[in-house]
Design a protein around this ligand. Structure first.
Ligand code: PMP
Length: 386
């Protein structure tokens, strides 16, 4: 299994599935026919549940007309208008395929606009698999990463020091809306830190980029930092944007419009219309249902249930981060042995959890689905204690 370590079953508990056959709503089936309540949601794309009827109908209608044509369809304009109407800071939008396309495009637009080189990012934070961002240095030259400068997430002194050290040569500061690194407890952003990042970017004439590839449409459909009143200049979306169809988007503010028009970014399939039709249906549904709130309630039910079940058997279980996308952890479990054992016991009972990557709720995770999953995890805890 290449890439994404969190998908490689060889690094997972022994009962973990590797190949999947299908998905429906909140459930997925592996190729051996085992059914799971899916708390991975394809690592983010599944926002409304697998094979959501409204999204699939929109995709099928577009497929009957044509997908990859000799240029964009009207869906591209409709999607751009929907994104600029929905995302508070967005004045324009451009589409691509994967999250890495969108974050790379953000960097290129920022450099084109500023004529500067340095890209400031939080240490460990994942923003994609290209030469700038890949967490594994194999196959990447030192020169390719020479303009990356790291600071500590939520650490004002560290961010200020990074800015001072490269004063006058900063193209962008890129941040995720909260700290969602693998293996460790997730951490919400300190609003003062977000404001500092905004102020420093403005003072430097640099772009503040919010990487919402993982959080997009799960926390706030108008932008993850709307609640704390901090607006970025650029936001990268992908994963959940079309409920599983392959698409990414970069949105930005008017001052960056001409730089966005100047950069050369493209791909053979970037104008494909089916994922755009699916994205329009997904975003409309996310807004109409207030999906972030639906996911928050589902996530709280799951989190509170698991934490209570842990207490009943004398284990401190913590699901940290926003309830819409929690990470599982146990107290006194430095090597994650307990998290692996518990995940294994849950997987054997039809609940697909992850021992060290954040998980995802979808709108198909109804209270009934959550309660059925909790019945299974109750038995998994009993086995752990048995
Ligand atoms: N940014 C973040 C925050 C991500 O979580 C990911 C994917 N896990 C990416 C960027 C890259 O997205 P993709 O894998 O679609 O290229």
């Amino acid at each position: 299994m290449y890439g994404h370590m969190s998908v490689a079953a060889g690094l997972m508990p022994p009962s973990y599935p590797q190949f999947y056959a299908r998905g429906e709503g909140a459930h997925t089936w592996d190729v051996d026919g085992n059914r799971y309540v899916d708390f991975l949601c394809a690592f983010g794309p599944m926002l409304l549940g697998h094979r959501h009827p409204g999204v699939e109908a929109a995709a099928a209608r577009q497929a009957a007309e044509g997908d990859t044509l000799s240029g964009p369809s009207a869906r591209m304009v409709e999607l751009a208008e929907l994104l600029t109407d929905t995302v508070a800071h967005a004045d324009w939008a451009m589409m691509a395929k994967n999250g890495t396309d969108a974050t790379a495009m953000a960097v290129r637009v920022a450099r084109a606009a500023t004529g500067k080189r340095k890209l400031l990012k939080a240490a460990v934070a994942y923003h994609g698999a290209n030469d700038w961002f890949t967490p594994k240095p194999a196959g990447v030259s030192v020169e390719d990463r020479a303009n990356i400068v790291e600071f500590e997430y939520n650490d004002a002194a560290s961010l200020s020091a990074a800015v001072s050290a490269h004063h006058g040569d900063i193209a962008a500061i890129i941040l995720t809306p909260f700290r969602h690194d693998a293996f460790v407890e997730q951490e919400l952003v300190d609003p003062a830190f977000a404001r500092l990042a905004r102020d420093l970017a403005t003072e430097q004439g640099a772009a503040l980029v919010l990487d919402e590839v993982r959080t997009g449409f799960r926390l706030d459909v108008h932008g993850a930092w709307e609640g704390i009143g901090v607006r970025p200049d650029l936001t990268a979306f992908s994963k959940a944007l079309a409920n599983g169809h392959a698409i990414a988007a970069l949105v930005g503010t008017d001052p960056l419009r001409s730089a966005a028009a100047d950069v050369y970014v493209t791909g053979s399939f970037w104008y494909s219309a089916v994922p755009m039709a699916a994205a329009i249906a997904t975003v409309q549904e996310a807004v109409a249902l207030d999906v972030p709130e639906v996911l928050r309630l589902a996530g709280e039910r799951f989190r509170d249930g698991l934490e209570e079940q842990g207490r009943q058997v004398g284990l401190t279980v913590r699901l940290t981060g926003p309830p819409q996308m929690p990470i599982l952890g146990f107290a006194d479990d430095p090597d994650k042995a307990l998290a692996f054992a518990f995940t294994d016991a849950a997987v054997r009972r039809g609940v697909l959890l992850h021992p060290w990557h954040n998980m995802f709720l979808s709108a198909a995770h109804t209270p009934e689905v959550i309660d059925a999953a909790l019945e299974a995890t109750h038995e998994a805890f009993a086995e752990l204690r048995g």
